[in-house]
Design a protein around this ligand. Structure first.
Ligand code: NAD
Ligand code: ZN
Length: 357
């Protein structure tokens, strides 16, 4: 048995208003005249948050277009622009949802590693630490703030740059920043966390480390989406910690069926991570009976619509593309179904499942 020795985030600050300590937090990491770059989710263009960003010297705010999930071409383009304009930078501060978190991690790594980010999609391919990087989530659920990956769609695959250099040096967890998220978006991203917990807690890779975090995250998700009558500040506080704990849970285990299947949807149809997981999880009674029942209850209680019949009319070639992408996610299937997963999840069975979505 080989145990995973994983790298964690360097520093964590948590609390309402902690964003205002950003200036002093990053001050020791400023290098000569090299600027600090703030990569901000385009949702915040013209928002009051922009005026609270602690700009100094030749610091720069760059808006991240997250209309689509991050691509290797987008990462390369942004990193090359920064190299052309500044040569060196002191660091990169990502402010936004999971997509912006992942872009920030990837750009930081590409400031010091040669070639294209597509060269590093995989496990432990990154050779040098990136520049100093800070993650400040404005949506709760993905766990991208604590993970050792940044998920990118490249020319041939959708896969993260998984490495010990990928986790943030610093994260700022300020639940105030998630306050104005639209109800649907908040639910879809929140359910990413719920699904991380169900997949981790029902997986064969589970150990007490991931169980402890998974159970806590699940408890917090239930407080927010099952027990609470009205969304309030406490809900934002709780969901932010659920996301953190959910991410810690999968650090030592793995996700499962919903993620493996939703990767196929996202590759072929561009379906986004949170909503894609919901579309798939809705149909997984066979694998996660209790979780799916509770999920349907949360969907009804929070009055959320889950899209149906999105694979209607696709060709057999397209189904095969999704099946190939999905079956390529071997560790996810092994975690979910055990070592003999291939005899359980046959192509025929997966074709049927995709047909139901
Ligand atoms: P997102 O970052 O894609 O953002 C979704 C939308 O919400 C965007 O339009 C964005 O502009 C907007 N938004 C962000 N903050 C907001 C706020 N406070 N108020 C209103 N709107 C806001 O959504 P997400 O679900 O947080 O992230 C999904 C991404 O995370 C995917 O790209 C997925 O691959 C990635 N992911 C990464 C990991 C990891 O471990 N690295 C894990 C899970 C998911
Ligand atoms: Zn996820």
């Amino acid at each position: 048995m080989k145990f995973r020795n994983f790298k964690m985030v360097g520093f964590v600050i948590y609390g309402r208003g902690s964003f205002d300590q950003l200036d002093e937090i990053i001050a020791p990491h400023r290098r000569d005249s090299s600027p600090m770059i703030f990569l901000v989710d385009h949702f915040f263009t013209n928002s009051a948050l922009i005026n609270r960003i602690p700009l100094r010297g030749n610091d720069k705010i760059v808006f991240a277009d997250v209309t689509n999930e991050p691509k290797t071409s987008q990462v390369d383009h942004l990193a090359n622009q920064l190299k052309d304009e500044f040569g060196k930078i002191s660091g990169l501060v990502g402010i936004g949802g999971g997509s912006t978190m992942d872009l920030a991690k990837a750009i930081s790594l590409m400031m010091t590693n040669p070639g294209s980010s597509a060269d590093y999609q995989g496990w432990d391919l990154v050779k040098s630490p990136g520049v100093y990087k800070v993650g400040i989530p404005t949506l709760s659920g993905t766990g991208a703030e604590v993970s050792r990956t940044c998920v990118l769609t490249g020319p041939t695959k959708k896969l993260g740059m998984n490495s010990d250099f990928t986790p943030f040096d610093q994260i700022v967890l300020d639940p105030e920043l998630t306050a104005n998220a639209p109800v649907n978006q908040r639910f879809y991203t929140g359910m990413d966390c719920y699904i991380h917990c169900i997949e981790s807690l029902n997986g064969t890779y589970l150990n007490e480390f991931s169980k402890s975090y998974g159970e806590k995250a699940l408890e917090l998700c239930r407080k927010v989406f099952v027990e609470k009558q009205e969304w309030n500040d406490e809900s934002d506080d709780q969901l932010m910690m659920a996301s953190y704990a959910g991410g810690m849970s999968i650090a030592y285990s793995q996700v499962g069926v919903a993620h493996a299947v939703s990767y196929g949807l996202s590759y072929l149809l561009g379906t986004k991570h949170g909503i894609g997981n919901c579309i798939v999880f809705d149909k997984l009674e066979e694998f996660y009976p209790e979780g799916v029942k509770e999920f349907k209850g949360m969907v009804a209680k929070n009055k959320i619509g889950i899209p149906q019949n999105i694979t209607n009319g696709l060709s057999e070639d397209q189904f095969n593309t999704m099946i190939n992408v999905s079956l390529g996610m071997k560790p996810l299937w092994e975690n979910a179904l055990g070592k003999n997963w291939e005899s359980v999840m046959t192509r025929e069975k997966l074709r049927k499942l995709y047909g139901k979505l």
